[in-house]
Design a protein around this ligand. Sequence first.
Ligand code: AHM
Ligand code: MG
Length: 335
Amino acid sequence: MSVSLSRYLVEEQRAKGKIPPELRLLLEVVARACKGISHSVNKGALGGVLGSAGSENVQGEVQKKLDIIANEVLIEANEWGGHLAAMASEEMDSIHLVPNRYPQGEYLLLFDPLDGSSNIDVNVSIGTIFSVLRKPEGQDGVSEADFLQAGQQQVAAGYCVYGPQTTLVLTVGDGVAMFTLDREQGSFVLTQEKVQIPADTKEFAINMSNMRHWDEPVKRYIDECLQGTQGPRGKDFNMRWIASMVADVHRILTRGGVFMYPWDQREPQKPGKLRLMYEANPMSWLIEQAGGAATNGRQRILDIQPSQLHERVSVILGSKNEVDRITQYHQGASH
Ligand code: AHM
Ligand code: MG
C-alpha cells in the first residue's frame, strides 16, 4: 500500500506531534509548488522556459528564465494560505512579506527556487531547496533580522530534485524521508524512510578545476584521495561532480560520499560560494538527520549564527568519518 506525502505528514503529526497543522499545510503547499516547477522543467524547450532572463540577482549572478519562474511559483503558492509571515529567496534582494490582504502565519520560509542553474539548459538534474523557521515570538510584523537564526532552529527542511525522477526529500527532525512524484496520481509517494548515510566512503565531490585556489587542508585531503591504494588512505577513490548541489547531496544521501565547496583564493573575502541560509543549512540538517556531518572546516554549519540573509559559507558535508577527517585537517589552518 502506498503512502502519500499527505498521509505521511498526518501520521507523523498523530504519532509524534512533530508537525503542527500549519506546518503541514506549509509543507504540502511547498510540495505542490515543486510539482508545478517539475512540470515546467519537464517541458524544457517546448515550454519556452530555457535560456537567460537577461537580469541579475542580488549576488550578481545572471538569472535564467527558470530561476524566475520557480521563484514566482513558490511565492504565489505560499502567499495566501495563512501559514507564513514572510519568505526569502536566493532570487530576491530582500524578504517578501505576505501581503496584508492575507492572514499572517507564524512561519518563515527560505528557498533556493532553482538550484544548479548552470544545468538547466543542458538537461541535467536541478532542484529546489527549502528551509522553514519559526518567526520569533512576541512581536508584531516581521523583519529581515527575524530570519537570522542558526540552522539548528529549523523546524523543517528539504529539497526536490528534478531528475530522471522527481523526488522530494524532507526532514522535520525525525529522520529523512524520500517521496517520488507519481505523475499518474499527481502525488508524492513515500519511497524511502529513515535514510542513513554510511560513515565511510570512497567517493568525493568537488569542482577539481578550482584545485590551484584551494587552501592547504582541502588540497591535502584530495591529494591523499588521488593517491589511492598507494597513498596514506590505502584505497582508491571515485569522483563525481554534478554542479547541482541537490543532485550531489541526493547521491550522498543514497549511497554515501563527501561533498565540498570550500573557501578558495579566487575571492578571498567571500567565505565560500554557497549560501548559508537556503542552501547549506537545509542540506546540513538533512545530512545530519541521516547520520552524516556538515561543517565549514572549523564549525558545525548548523551552529553558525548568520549575520546576513544572503551570507555565504564554506561547505563540507556527507559521510561522517570523512567529514571528521577533513575537519581535523583544518585545525590550525587559516580558512
Ligand atoms: P546556483 O544556486 O546559482 O545554481 O549555484 C549553486 C550551485 C550548486 O548547486 C553547485 O554545487 C555549485 O553551484 C556548482 O558550482 P560550480 O559551477 O562552480 O561548479
Ligand atoms: Mg543554489
